[in-house]
Design a binder for this molecule. Structure first.
Ligand SMILES: [Zn+2]
Length: 462
């Protein structure tokens, strides 16, 4: 077979000459695959929309077919060859007369059989065809860029964009970046602020997307993206699966969203927030120094639990979990004591409990909405709408409540339902209440001895 390659670009939003070159490359491969010898290449570059425009190379190609110079045609697709049904019929007639063999890239146009002709005619007349082909050429362009190492469109942080065999783009996990996202998500869920995480990432010299500056807003946006769990978002709504592998578990993602959309936290003022209940509140029983919190870790093949240790004499250290349990239990018992409330409350009109009930009701509605959002039963848009309706009402109630109860944070928590209030309170409030109510001293104990609650001294303040 003596084959001719015919290439044409009518409209290509990308680099036009490259487009022709790509068609030729693909057609050449197709010819090689079939064992055809390429003897001619015809290229028309009619970017203009006028369909009557003469295509000189097309005319030359028809002439070469008629004279037997070429016996086979390779085109990228039938739409490269014929622009109208009329032109297609000419080609079909020509193929009948000359026994011309036809091939297109990745497909089969066989004009020698009635079925093949029908296929070609249908293809030629389907209105969507041109746009399909356009996107196929676009995908091919991406592939070209990927093969030549050029950056193409932007892959989100955490991903590496690849172009697959069929031209489809896919974002695979960029492990180094995904590790950063997961670390940030875990730290955020366990109570650290976005700001503090950003600072730490910068301190460690971990590059941020597009710059080295980790802004709080950048990290927030990264953590919010549904693409983290392989979902696609369009204009704020989740519209389906993304062409991407997930970078984090759905469980972690939902936890992150629950905190990101926690209305209490959204309005929280900026500033470094303490992470642990008793750090710098509890005192060392040996030297009176402030205790600090150390996270659970692994050292010399041993698991070291999270603990409070003295940062002044370094001699006292105790597991943090039982200490926090003891202190929490004591605080809640105290908060439930009605005497505490009457001792602290400025307002005796009896209006306070009703206002607080209303506030709890509104907060519960926000919580339910946030849960529904986290479960995917509500879109981000819907959540925003609910928040924008409820948040002003909540703010108003809070003002009225704080006017009546004064600024003492303890009053936000006292009452028979102190356990639930305590549970929901931000750590900053918990710390304030603890330091207002009690002094905590952690006494030294021999290493390896079982935990002894007696060695946690709680003294109530007046
Ligand atoms: Zn000490």
């Amino acid at each position: 077979m003596r084959a001719g390659i015919y290439a044409r670009i009518s409209h290509d939003p990308l680099e036009t000459t490259l487009g022709v070159q790509r068609q030729i490359e693909d057609c050449t491969r197709e010819a090689e695959r079939r064992g055809w010898e390429v003897v001619e290449t015809y290229v028309d570059n009619d970017v203009s929309a006028t369909r009557s425009k003469v295509r000189p190379e097309y005319v030359r190609m028809l002439s070469d077919v008629q004279h037997g110079h070429i016996t086979a045609m390779v085109v990228w697709d039938i739409d490269r060859l014929t622009r109208t049904p009329r032109e297609l019929e000419d080609i079909i007639d020509l193929a009948d007369k000359t026994n011309l063999s036809m091939a297109n890239v990745g497909g089969e146009i066989d004009l020698s059989t009635p079925q093949g002709k029908l296929t070609a005619r249908i293809k030629g007349s389907v209105a969507r065809h041109e746009s399909d082909q356009l996107s196929r050429r676009l995908r091919r362009a991406f592939q070209q860029k990927a093969l030549s190492g050029q950056p193409h469109s932007y892959a989100p942080f955490g991903f590496t964009r690849i172009v697959m065999e069929d031209g489809k783009k896919w974002d695979t996990v960029n492990q180094a970046q995904a590790d950063v996202i997961n670390e940030a998500a875990n730290r955020y869920v366990s109570g650290e602020s976005l700001r503090s995480i950003c600072r730490d990432l910068m301190r460690r010299g971990i590059p941020a997307p597009k710059s080295n500056n980790w802004a709080e807003q950048t990290l927030r946006q990264i953590l919010m993206r549904p693409v983290n769990i392989g979902l696609r978002q369009h204009k704020g709504e989740i519209v389906g699966k993304a062409n991407a592998d997930p970078v984090m578990t759905e469980e972690l993602y939902n936890q992150v969203q629950a905190r990101l959309f926690d209305p209490e936290r959204i309005r929280q003022t900026r500033g470094p927030s303490p992470k642990y209940l008793l750090s710098a509140i509890a005192r060392c029983g040996l030297c009176g120094g402030k205790m600090r919190h150390s996270k659970a870790t692994r050292y010399n093949n041993k698991n070291i639990p999270a603990q409070y240790d003295c940062k002044e004499c370094f001699k006292v250290r105790r597991k943090s979990e039982p200490i926090e349990q003891i202190v929490t239990g004591a605080v809640i018992a105290r908060l439930k004591d009605p005497k505490l409330f009457s001792a602290l409350a400025k307002d005796a009109t009896g209006e306070l409990p009703r206002l607080r009930e209303q506030l709890d009701g509104l907060n519960a509605r926000l919580d339910i909405a946030a849960d529904q959002f986290a479960d995917g039963a509500m879109t981000g848009e819907q959540l925003k709408r609910i928040n924008s309706k409820l948040v002003p009402e909540i703010d108003d109630l809070k003002k009225r409540i704080s006017h009546r109860q004064g600024t003492n944070p303890i009053l936000k928590l006292v009452g028979p339902d102190a356990s639930e209030r305590w549970e929901k309170a931000p750590i900053e409030i918990k710390r304030k209440v603890i330091s207002e109510l009690m002094d905590i001293t952690i006494m030294p104990a021999g290493a390896g001895k079982p935990f002894d609650p007696e060695l946690i001294k709680i003294e109530w303040k007046a």
